[in-house]
Design a protein around this ligand. Structure first.
Ligand code: UDP
Ligand code: GLC
Length: 398
């Protein structure tokens, strides 16, 4: 039965992860908007359900171990994973009776949600945060995603790039709508002090408690904010550093959220080989992203595979920092090259070094680009507008 236009919609959100990845941070903001009219079920414990609890959002952790099926898994692992899914599907279909829809935020959540939705006859919504392509998923996984998502009443894609890949993989075009991630503009206060010229750097260094920890006043700090994972391309920035003079340093903010420990070791090895130890810092996972971005001179995004959206790009802009990003996927929809940021060829350290040097040598240009980026980001990615847009879409779809 269709919902009355004034009906206060109740939503059961599903997310497989207990970690704070971009998809989970996006969901945390949406769940906050629905408040006590929603519940979030995760399939693993961790900082994500913790954060939701702190925000007074009803949370249930449905599986203590997490599910073993990975993005590149094949048929053997799929059969094993099915065993774990049974109890989850049962629980979700029971819970969903108290809600108007099941809203899946990740792939495993989609599989569970699609079957539970059939059992409980509650409509399924899928928020697609990924590019469904061989670059990111095994063939089997792509088929599972598309088949499950095609049962949904609505597929919300986080970018045109994600939407296009989904349709190319067999997803039903008429179901999909693009909604970019939104950001709470209050978390990015106006920051009149800039650090683009040497004199200003010294002033800022005195007033910012973070700056001395990140690098001395005369250093040019490039900030990289991403979980440590091969396709996020931290190695490209390290490689680029050797083509930049010594005052250019880098900080890496983010943890190996999904167990990519061998990549972390590989990065350490690379730094040692290139003798860059005194120009690179790893800060691990942090919650004070705007403050850290404010203490950087440039924000670099270096994904080697197409980024589905790229929250960090927008966050850098909202912090009034110039951003250089790898030209693929969502980054192309966020940045207009030379206007609101810089785009470089994915995986090309020399081109990245050129962009870093432009920002380093031309502070006025960097400041102008940062300012244009900020104005654009405030206008297009305001959380209030984005939440209202999703709410309206859900009402129409249901
Ligand atoms: N982030 C964070 N702490 C960290 C590193 C990253 O809170 O130490 C946040 C970052 O601010 C961004 C999100 O994690 O909001 C990453 O989202 P993005 O879309 O850039 O990439 P994803 O990891 O989701 O692919
Ligand atoms: C995913 C994507 C990332 C996107 C985020 C939020 O984690 O990898 O590109 O920004 O979801 O939609």
């Amino acid at each position: 039965m269709p919902l009355h236009p004034n009906h206060e919609m109740k939503i059961l959100f599903l997310d497989q992860s207990g970690q704070l990845g971009g998809a989970e941070l996006c969901l945390a903001d949406l769940a906050q908007y629905y408040g006590d009219r929603c519940r979030v079920c995760t399939f693993a414990p961790g900082p994500f359900p913790e954060k939701l609890r702190q925000r007074q959002i009803a949370v249930e952790v449905l599986a203590e171990q997490g599910l073993k099926f990975q993005k590149q898994s094949g048929a053997g692992q799929a059969v094993k994973a099915l065993k774990d899914l049974g109890p989850l599907i049962y629980r979700v279909s029971r819970l969903s009776r108290q809600y108007d829809c099941i809203y899946a935020n990740t792939q495993k959540a989609l599989v569970v949600g699609a079957i539970a939705s059939r059992l409980s006859r509650k409509p399924l919504i899928y928020h697609l945060h990924d590019i469904v392509s061989p670059e990111h998923f095994s063939n089997l996984n792509q088929r599972i995603i598309v088949t499950s998502a095609n049962q949904a009443a609505l597929v919300i894609a986080n970018s045109k790039a994600s939407q296009t890949a989904f349709i190319a993989a067999g997803g039903r075009a008429e179901l999909t709508h693009v909604v970019y991630n939104g950001f709470d503009l209050d978390k990015y206060p106006a920051n009149p002090q800039r650090r683009f010229s040497p004199e200003e750097i010294s002033e800022e260094a005195v007033s910012s408690p973070l700056r001395p920890n990140l690098g001395s006043a005369d250093q040019f700090v490039v900030g990289h904010f991403s979980r440590l994972s091969p396709w996020k391309g931290q190695h490209v920035l390290i490689d680029a550093l050797q083509h930049c003079p010594a005052p250019v340093t880098a900080i890496f903010v983010g943890g190996a959220l999904f167990g990519e420990n061998s990549y972390t070791q590989q990065l350490q090895q690379q730094i040692e080989t290139l003798k860059l130890g005194d120009r690179v810092k790893f800060l691990g996972f942090r919650s004070d992203i705007p403050a850290l971005m404010n203490a950087c001179d440039l924000i670099a995004h270096t994904s080697t595979a197409a980024e589905p959206f790229g929250r960090v790009i927008v966050e850098g802009m909202l912090c009034d920092r110039p951003v250089v990003a790898a030209a693929a996927g969502g980054a192309l929809e966020i940045i207009e090259h030379n206007q609101t940021g810089w785009l470089t060829h994915p995986g090309d350290p020399r081109k990245l070094a050129d962009a870093i040097m432009t920002a380093y040598r031309q502070p006025e240009l960097a400041a102008a680009i940062a300012q244009q980026g900020k104005a654009m980001a405030q206008q297009r990615f305001n959380l209030k507008d984005i939440n209202a847009q999703i709410d309206q879409m859900l009402k129409t779809a249901l």
